[in-house]
Ligand binder design. Structure first.
Ligand code: ATP
Ligand code: MN
Length: 559
């Protein structure tokens, strides 16, 4: 017998349960007791003020306030996501839709119940339990109500920043949530529980519409949990296309751009643009009427962050923002963004309105004019910019190429190519073909221009070349938005069949063509063929789902 849905129901009212004058207290106490919560002991804090979350994080978790007022927190052992410990419950309502495999690993319903109860039991031992009620999705037609129940003030504040914050009235009328996250990340999963391969477990149950987290305190798991749910619900329930992308809109022309890309390729960095309004930095839905952000905040990388290169993001780090795993100088509380001794994945989570040009509500009533696919190619083979045909766009979306660079993980000495379908493999729930065909038909009907941008290496591969200077990438993006790149002269880039502009204002023309940018031509040709072969191998799995135009839109391989 599964445990009844008692917790969400009990928390549903618009009240702060810890206020003694709260009239619902007696009744709620009873429901809570039924669920096994010890209400003499546990205090529930629902949508607590940011200041109170600061105080609790400082008092109970040893958090620190930075010189600019951000809250510095540490997530413990795990400083990144744990994809190998992610599970999806195998149950009749969703089983036929899920793309089962190494990304979506099966878990049975009974094991979910065990872990769920373990999480609630743990939460029960805490003096304070935090609840945050908010929304995912800025379009009221397609949004869902999300409830987070957690034991750390830091986690509550993180979701306060990342979800869409309800108004007082919306909170009063919140009712029952559509999706609930139980985060007991401080407490491990039991390795003797069936199917547990470690003490970390991140699991989603689409029948219950719940997520349970054990054994990891990395806050990004909650954010991506909500994304997984939207990647399921948007296409299946609403018929809309969810995408791992950032988005912005021109202030004058009102033209929308989507930036697809895997982690570290530049979605957050490049979507913060002084000439454009930011719609969002990571998760969007391309709907029947336009584009809307799923989130209420941004989650920016802090590694090597500087006010000069990324002013908008740098200045968003202030009271209310959370700095995660960032080393600071205790003498003056200044964060040291160059120090990667805790992790390379240092982050800051802030409400989207902390970016000066944020578009609130984060929604555009027009379809994208430009689609930019970002890749960080450490082989220095892909050109800094090329124009894609519609078939090439579909090919690259399915292939989802970027490379992991040495330094980010132990033992990575050579760049590691990564093909992550839909630029989103760790978060996609349905078969990739479903997202890809929705994208193709949307692109077809809107005639958006499509560009492939390499934010990775130029003039040689990792070791000999260097990362494409941010100012060049920004100049390329400006040329896309002004329209000047469209009227440039193009040459064909051999093997990959890409169209490269011969000049872009603000970018030295030899940088635009890797063949000219590399000093060692022989080494270049070798790498180009090597990468082309990697693409061909990676694309094999998709060949039977696409038409011949898409199949032949990839690099032509000779070996
Ligand atoms: P995630 O999905 O993990 O949030 P992301 O796509 O948002 O990743 P960013 O946070 O924008 O990636 O990270 C890009 C990083 O690369 C930043 O630290 C940025 O400073 C750095 N960078 C260096 N050169 C470039 C470039 N030419 N274009 C974009 N980013 C660059
Ligand atoms: Mn990002």
């Amino acid at each position: 017998m599964p445990t009844p849905h008692v917790t969400p129901f009990v928390l549903g009212a618009n009240s702060y349960f810890y206020h003694p004058e709260n009239a619902f207290l007696g009744k709620d106490l009873e429901y809570f007791s039924q669920a096994g919560f010890d209400m003499d002991h546990v205090q529930l804090k629902r949508n607590a003020p940011v200041a109170e979350l600061y105080e609790d994080a400082i008092r109970y978790e040893g958090a620190i306030i930075s010189a600019s007022g951000a809250l510095i927190n540490f997530s413990g052992k795990k400083t990144g996501r744990s994809p190998k410990d992610k599970r999806i419950v195998y149950e009749e309502t969703s089983k036929d839709d899920i793309w089962w495999g190494p990304v979506n690993i099966k878990m049975d319903e009974h094991t979910f119940e065990i872990n769920r109860e373990r999480a609630i039991d743990y939460l029960n031992t805490r003096d304070n339990v935090y609840v945050f009620d908010g929304f995912a999705g800025w379009d009221p037609k397609y949004r869902i109500k999300v409830r987070v129940v957690c034991a750390r003030a830091y986690h509550a504040l993180f979701m306060n920043n990342m979800l869409i914050r309800p108004t007082e009235e919306e909170l009063a009328q919140f009712g029952e949530p559509d999706f609930v996250i139980y985060n007991a990340g401080q407490f491990p999963a039991n390795r003797f529980t069936t199917g547990m391969t470690s003490t970390t477990s991140v699991e989603i149950n689409f029948k219950r519409m719940e997520m349970v987290i054990l054994g990891t305190e990395y806050a990004g798991e909650m954010k991506k949990g909500v994304f997984s749910v939207m990647h399921y619900l948007q296409p299946v329930k609403f018929g809309q296309l969810s995408l791992h992308s950032s988005a912005n809109i021109g202030m004058e022309k009102g033209d929308v751009t989507l930036f697809f890309g895997l982690s570290g390729t530049g979605k957050t960095t490049l979507s913060a643009d002084p000439n454009r309004e930011l719609i969002g930095d990571d998760e969007h839905v391309w709907s029947d009427t336009g584009v809307f952000n799923i989130e209420g905040g941004c989650y920016a990388k802090c590694i090597n962050l500087s006010a000069e290169k990324e002013p908008e993001i740098y200045r968003a780090i202030r009271f209310g923002s959370i700095l995660e795993n960032v080393v600071f100088n205790p003498a003056n509380r200044l964060p040291d963004y160059d120090d990667v001794s805790t992790t390379e994945n240092t982050r800051c989570a802030y409400p989207i309105e902390y970016i000066p040009n944020a578009r609130i509500p984060c929604i555009a009533d027009q379809h994208p004019s430009n689609i930019i696919m970002l890749t960080c190619d450490a082989y220095g083979v892909l050109p800094p910019v090329s124009k894609l045909t519609s078939a090439q766009a579909q090919y690259h979306f399915l292939a989802g190429y970027t490379s992991k660079t040495p330094g980010t993980e132990d033992g990575v000495l050579e760049p590691i190519p990564t093909f992550s379908t839909c630029y989103s493999a760790p978060f996609i729930v349905l078969h990739p073909g479903r997202y890809a065909s929705m994208l193709a038909s949307k692109m077809e009907s809107t005639q958006a221009s499509c560009w492939l941008i390499n934010t990775g290496w130029v003039g040689g591969k990792f070791g000999t070349g260097s990362r494409c200077p941010l100012k060049y990438t920004r100049a390329i993006i400006n040329a896309i938005h002004s329209g000047s790149i469209a009227s440039a002269t193009y040459t064909t880039y051999d093997i990959f069949g890409l169209q490269i502009p011969t000049s872009v204002e603000g970018v030295p023309s030899e940088v635009l063509n890797p063949r000219m940018a590399w000093e060692d031509t022989e080494a270049f040709e070798k790498e180009r063929i090597r990468l082309a072969n990697m693409f061909a191998k990676a694309f094999k799995g998709f060949e039977d789902q696409v038409d011949s135009a898409v199949k032949s839109a990839g690099p032509t391989v000779t070996i």
